[in-house]
Each structure stands twice: as C-alpha cells, then as structure tokens.
Design a protein around this ligand. Structure first.
Ligand SMILES: [Zn+2]
Length: 237
C-alpha cells in the first residue's frame, strides 16, 4: 500500500547533478539515517543547492513522510565510504547509485515514536515491493555500515533494527485467526497463531477458581486448580 507522501523536492540529485536515473544501476538496499534535526529543517537543507545533500524520503516524529528525490533517481545521502561493514558494497561504485536514502527526524539516540515507526515501516514495505528488494540485514542498513568513521551514529542506537527487520521479514508467515475453544461447556474467545491455539488467560482462569503464575523467562503460564495444569498463553493488557 502506498503510504501518504508529501512531495518537497530537491535540486541535489543525479550523477552529475540533474541526471535522470541511476546510470544503469539497480537499487540493492535502503539506507536509514537520522536527521540530527527536524523535518522542517531538513526540508530547507535538502532544498538548498549549496548543501549538496539529499535523501529520497524524510520521516517525521508525527509520522509525516516527505519526499525529495524520485526513487528512480540518485539522491546524495551516502557521503564518503570509510571503513565500511556492508557486505554488498561495491568498492568502485558510488553507493548513491544503488541505494535509497530514508532520513528520520530526531537526534541520534532518540527512541523512535510510535507514529514515526508505523510510517517508516509502511514506507519500507512499499519500497521493498516497488524495488523488488528481499529484506535482510544486508538490504536494510544504517548509514554507519557505509561510513563507520564519521557516520558511526547514523541513525544511532535508538533505531529499531530488530523490530523493523522482524516486521519486514516475518509478516507473511504470521497467520492469526479467531477460533472458539470450548472446555467443560465454557466458550472462550481464542485465536490461532502460526498453527497453535491460544486462549486469553484471564478469561480461562476466572473459571473454576483456577490460579495462575507467570514465568517471564520462559513466557509460560502455569495454571493450577483446573483441569489443565499448564497452558501456553498470551496475557493481554
Ligand atoms: Zn546518515
């Protein structure tokens, strides 16, 4: 699904400036950045020819997405290559030619807001679909993977790598469906997740004076006093 995007534009694209396309190269990865500033400030900076920088997108803390460069064109977001740790880097080719740049509003170390996360997740999903990228830790990377010296803190420790990669790679295998569970004549609202059936534990233990204890380490609920001694469950709220 195409996320809601506000076009802002930038004169800083193409090699050399103004060249359409990617000089024959195909996009291999999305590079995530932190603005170290605001969305509005970034709009101004990328619209300034003298800044000589741009990215394809900027994602605000409110979830607003701005676009500066068409995805078929080459933005200027990767800077120089210094001590790279990215396996797909092609040493003699400017990485701007085969990457998409996504900036995020905030300072390095900021925890991404919920709205910002949902916006960048939607944007990443759309880009992956548009560009035929297989999401992995080598195709969804931080700027620091290209420049580990000057850009070591881009996008920084607040960026949700694990959550983003999990949401991008596991969604298709996730299947949640509502099912009914009846035990001893009592109907429980339940759901099936990846082939296993779960009931809401609060409703289950409210019957028959059952008691429950929760082991956080093993994510296991032990139920005593009922017919089942132990069930796996997810506790809501
Ligand atoms: Zn960066």
């Amino acid at each position: 699904m195409l996320p809601k995007i506000i076009w802002k534009g930038s004169p800083n694209y193409g090699l050399p400036r103004g060249t359409q396309g990617r000089n024959g190269y195909k996009v291999m990865a999305i590079v995530d950045h932190i603005m170290a500033g605001t969305l509005i400030g970034t709009d101004t900076w990328f619209n300034n020819r003298d800044s000589q920088v741009s990215a394809h997108f900027g994602v605000g803390k409110s979830g607003e997405i701005h676009q500066y460069v068409d995805i078929k064109n080459t933005a200027w977001h990767t800077g120089n290559v210094r001590n790279p740790t990215w396996s797909l880097l092609r040493p003699t080719i400017n990485p701007n030619l085969y990457t998409i740049g996504v900036e995020h509003e905030g300072q390095t170390g900021d925890i991404i807001t919920g709205e910002q996360y949902q916006a960048t997740l939607t944007l990443h999903k759309w880009l992956i679909d548009q560009l035929g990228i297989e999401p992995s830790s080598e195709t969804i990377i931080g700027h620091y993977r290209i420049d580990s010296v000057i850009k070591a803190h881009c996008p920084g420790t607040g960026f949700p790598w694990d959550r983003l990669l999990t949401d991008l790679t596991q969604e298709e295998s996730e299947q949640v469906e509502q099912v009914n569970v009846i035990e001893k004549g009592i109907l429980y609202n339940a759901f099936r997740y990846n082939g296993e059936t779960y009931v809401e534990l609060r409703a289950y233990t409210a019957q028959d004076n059952k008691a429950v204890s929760w082991n956080e380490a093993s994510k296991t609920a032990a139920v005593t006093g009922g017919k089942l001694e132990e069930i796996k469950a997810i506790i809501e709220g």
